[in-house]
Design a protein around this ligand. Structure first.
Ligand SMILES: [Fe+2]
Ligand SMILES: [Fe+2]
Ligand SMILES: [Fe+2]
Ligand SMILES: [Fe+2]
Length: 442
């Protein structure tokens, strides 16, 4: 079935206001929720936060709007705000910050892996693969804390759909921000798919940053607080990286259209995929709401810029957030690209052994990790409880952990408290020995 969003009417703006009971929906049950219902809920909150914020930027910076259209933008902004509350507050009160955090990183891993495999532009695809390995390592670091602080089995959150094991070590994600800037696409030649893919992942990363900023301090454990600070700073870099892929010459009207189109495409995918019948109803109504927004912004684009919206977004729906297990793909990228770094002399990537001694990111890394790297401390801590790190992966990947760590670690600007491959191997051996002793006793 073909679905052309520009031909759909959706719900008219006058009928989009909802009452408090409709806005604040019944949360899902954390013990029962499918992990990909949770990832959809987390992502759509991020998409709405971006869309709401953009409406305010639009009304602050666009001077050409007449009174009536300015009012329309402000009314749409109100609706984005209501949708954001519904999406975010589907999250239950008893889901801890760390549990939600594991959900955020599962979004980042599985969403970015899906996008990379459905990305027509090779350069953008490479950037998705690069970012994906960093969020993969965040999931591993936070999992150690989830186990220690709250006794959470990380597997209960990711439900075996996403592997949890060391990736490119977080201490090496800290770069000179200038190096994070990528080449931007050319708005005239780039496909709508690439534009939607980037805006989707950017919205997710931005909200991940905001969530860590607003929740990392809620734990008393200083090492965990520092880890939130460390990873939040990486999410800042991810926002810098993904937004720099966007052509800065897109007009505000063009961007407004892309925002509504991105919302349409994401809700369409959520509606198609959702297994929770109650939550699916929200995706359906929100898709119709976004189709209403798209109509209004398309009209403004024609009025102010005399342009055909189809030139920008095409005539077909795009599938930007099909959540499904990406373990095979992620393992392949992990084995091939864990040693990749941002190239010092351009907006590309290089293997670590080709990075020169004067790489600008070394200075950043030496400074932020000069005492220690919090993301390394979590392994030292979990070792005291469990002999080794907490992982959840296939036996094949588990057997490669020490090798992956060896390939991912740098030789320069390495934190004093780094867990090195030989140390990790000792932990694994000790754990195995203890496990076999347990069996004898039992
Ligand atoms: Fe929205
Ligand atoms: Fe992350
Ligand atoms: Fe990220
Ligand atoms: Fe919208």
């Amino acid at each position: 079935m073909t679905f052309n969003p520009l031909e759909e009417k959706g719900i008219p703006l006058e009928k989009q206001l909802r009452n408090w009971h409709q806005i604040v929906a019944k949360p899902y049950k954390k013990q029962k929720v499918d992990c990909y219902t949770r990832t959809r809920q987390i992502l759509m909150n991020g998409i709405e936060v971006e869309s709401w914020g953009f409406k305010h930027q639009f009304n602050r910076f666009v001077s050409s709007l007449d009174k009536e259209d300015k009012e329309t933008i402000s009314r749409i902004g109100r609706i984005e705000n209501q949708q954001q509350m519904t999406c975010n507050w589907l999250c239950p009160a008893d889901q801890t910050v760390l549990e939600t955090t594991l959900g955020y990183e599962q979004v980042a891993v599985d969403l970015t892996a899906w996008l990379a495999q459905n990305e027509p532009d090779e350069y953008v695809k490479e950037t998705f693969n690069f970012g994906l390995l960093e969020d993969f390592d965040h999931l591993y670091r936070y999992s150690q804390f989830a186990y220690m602080q709250e006794g959470i089995e990380p597997l209960d959150i990711v439900q075996g759909k996403t592997d949890i094991i060391v990736g490119r070590p977080t201490q090496h994600h800290h770069n000179c921000n200038a190096l994070r800037l990528r080449n931007s696409y050319d708005k005239k030649t780039t496909s709508p798919q690439t534009k939607v893919n980037i805006l989707t992942v950017l919205s997710g990363e931005q909200q991940t940053h905001n969530f860590y900023a607003e929740h990392g301090f809620m734990y008393g454990d200083h090492i965990l607080r520092e880890t939130y600070a460390e990873i939040k700073d990486v999410e800042e870099e991810h926002v810098t990286m993904y937004e720099s892929l966007i052509d800065p010459s897109e007009t505000m009207f063009e961007k407004a259209l892309l925002h509504e189109f991105t919302e349409v495409c994401n809700y369409y995918t959520c509606y198609e995929d959702e297994t929770d019948e109650e939550i699916k109803k929200y995706w359906e109504i929100f898709l119709d709401i976004e189709l209403g927004h798209l109509q209004l912004i398309a009209k403004m684009l024609k009025k102010y810029e005399k342009r055909d919206p189809e030139e920008i977004i095409g005539s077909e729906i795009i599938i930007p957030c099909r959540f499904k297990s990406q373990r095979t793909y992620v393992q392949k990228i992990l084995e091939k690209e864990v040693n990749k770094r941002l190239a010092p002399d351009g907006k590309y990537y290089k293997n670590y052994d080709e990075i020169p001694q004067d790489w600008a990111s070394y200075e950043v890394q030496k400074k932020v990790s000069e005492i220690s790297a919090p993301s390394e401390n979590c392994i030292h801590l979990v070792k005291t409880y469990h002999d080794r790190d907490i992982i959840s992966a296939s036996k094949e990947l588990e057997d490669k952990e020490v090798e992956i760590l060896g390939n991912g670690l740098q030789k320069i600007a390495i934190a004093n408290n780094t867990v090195k491959p030989d140390e990790l191997q000792k932990m694994i051996d000790k754990h195995e020995k203890r496990e076999s002793q347990k069996k004898i006793i039992m």
